[in-house]
Design a protein. Sequence first.
Length: 222
Amino acid sequence: MTRILIVEDEDRIASFVAKGLRAEGFSPDVVEDGHEAIELVRTGRYDLVVLDLGLPGLDGFSVLRMIRSERHELPVIILTARESIEDTVAGLSSGADDYMRKPFAFDELLARIRLRLRAADPQEATVLRAGDIALDVRTRRAHIGDTTVELSSREFTLLEVFVKHPDQVLSRAQLLSRVWGLDFDPGSNVVDVYVRYLREKLGHETFETVRGAGYRLRVTKM
Ligand code: CA
């Protein structure tokens, strides 16, 4: 069982992430204080750390510095509410493997966690396939047959959800939640807009519109 330590003092975010990870078969623990986080990391029980920067007691940067001085190989993904790019760059240069800015979509965090765990375990496959679509989740590049398709980060995440559920109808609500992290319909047609972007890049017939239900990735071309 892959053990993940979530260091986060906002209950709502911590329980949202822990619940999601549990549903995906991981074993998450939550701690909200920087000093306690260091003690837990020192037990050597964890395979990856999700680390908030603004913490009571000891901040995330100090926790990160300790992890890097004692456990070089442990993957760390920073969660940050701070807008300043300097903070993020400081985080990365002090040894974080990746970072996510809040608010974030759970699926994107999950994708990055899987990526970091795979990087730590090079045996694991990094390419997801459905029909002639191949997604390299390490480089975040998409290929259709032999052609590389340039996708924005959001387009990639959306396509990744479809590729994981080939031939399955995905509702707008499911896509909003998995790609945009929204549990409500913002009343915009953002899903339709992004499906249209993907159709422009991958071919209109790649996605079937299922009236009143959502969209389906067509794996077997007609
Ligand atoms: Ca915080």
